[in-house]
Design a protein around this ligand. Structure first.
Ligand SMILES: Nc1nc2c(c(=O)[nH]1)N[C@H]1C(S)=C(S)[C@@H](COP(=O)(O)O)O[C@H]1N2
Ligand SMILES: [Mo]
Length: 321
């Protein structure tokens, strides 16, 4: 039995009491920004017509794996891991539809010059959205290729100005047991879902905050309205529905690491040489590949070694897994 005492009930976030007009405004901004972003790019989801008529030009991200073919959007939208809602991939997709993602604000605090509660629309106004095609590798040994829409986390952090004492970044998912039904029990995991990065990992240009995918607003089940994407780490690091970003002196206790420390390390860098205690990480099943398609050889740092290996130069990856 779970007893919730009054002081455990989360305070109503300031975003809940903001004028509804602002939310409509935000949705419009996202739509416009996404439209502009997509119009400026050559992508298979872009209608050539709308691209021409709008005429916007957006710099193509140099961090995109432009040569990769994205996994079908239908698969990515219907095969999700979102344990707040359900422990199975179809259940979480379905139940996540009850989530209200508008209004939304993100509290930024800790070792930072400009802490505050930032409305998502304010954050987005200061960013130029880009499409980035990234590989995504789940710790369960399946993978996909996703065209995310978003911006580098570093570009948000530069605005709020981390202090020199900020060594880690902690991310927290929304806590709302009325809709996120699994949050009513801590038998499986403790809530809210928490993830973390070292500050240099957080500032790495590949690390992004996504607000969209496949040229559209992020679906609820995929982490709307704002999620992290760290392409060289196992998928569980890419935390969904972020409401809090804290800059810390010490590493935060993260959800999966806390629940099973021998299975899920803080770093969780994709590494074919380090098996999960219960299965190999050497190869991966590519979502959407045919029955006869061989499994893909998993790459160290999910193929992003050239960009990120320097972050771990002097570290024993077996120990810091
Ligand atoms: N808040 C939250 N974030 C989460 C999860 C979750 O259960 N809750 N699952 C993680 C896992 S295990 C993976 S593989 C990815 C899945 O992202 P997708 O469902 O958009 O493919 O989200 C990650 N982020
Ligand atoms: Mo995962």
């Amino acid at each position: 039995m779970i007893i919730k005492t009054h002081n455990q009930i989360p305070k109503i976030p300031s975003s809940e009491i903001t004028d509804p007009l602002i939310f409509k405004e935000r949705r419009k901004i996202i739509k416009t920004m996404l439209a502009m972003t997509v119009a400026g790019m050559v992508s298979p989801y872009t209608k050539a017509e709308s691209a021409k008529s709008k005429g916007a030009t957006v710099a193509k991200s140099k961090f995109s794996n432009a040569s990769l073919t994205p996994t079908s959007a239908e698969l990515v939208k219907n095969y999700t891991n979102y344990y707040e809602f359900a422990f199975d991939k179809e259940g979480s997709t379905q139940l996540a539809q009850t989530l209200r993602t508008d209004p939304w604000s993100v509290e930024i605090s800790g070792e930072v010059e400009k802490p505050g509660a930032y409305h998502l629309e304010t954050i987005l106004r200061q960013q130029t959205l880009q499409e980035r095609i990234y590989r995504f590798r789940c710790v369960e040994a399946w993978s996909m290729v996703v065209p995310w829409v978003g911006f580098s986390l570093a570009d948000l952090l530069k605005i709020v100005k981390p202090l020199s004492t900020a060594k880690f970044v902690k991310f927290t998912t929304l806590y709302q047991p009325e809709t996120m039904l699994n949050q009513r029990s801590t038998a499986m995991l403790t809530w809210p879902y928490v993830e973390g990065l070292r500050i240099d990992e957080a500032m790495h240009p590949l690390t992004m905050l996504a607000v969209g995918m496949y040229g559209d607003v992020l679906p609820k089940q995929n982490g709307a309205p704002l999620r992290l994407v760290v392409p060289w780490k196992y998928g569980f690091k890419s935390i969904k529905a972020i409401v809090k970003i804290e800059l810390l002196k010490k590493p935060p206790l993260t959800t999966w690491n806390q629940s099973a420390p021998h299975e899920y390390g803080f770093y969780a860098n994709v590494n074919p040489a380090i098996s999960h205690p219960r299965w190999s990480q050497n190869t991966e099943r590519q979502l959407g590949s045919g029955f006869f398609t061989p499994r893909r050889q998993t790459e160290l740092f999910n193929g992003y070694g050239e960009q990120v290996a320097a972050l771990y130069r002097d570290m024993d990856l077996q120990h810091f897994f």
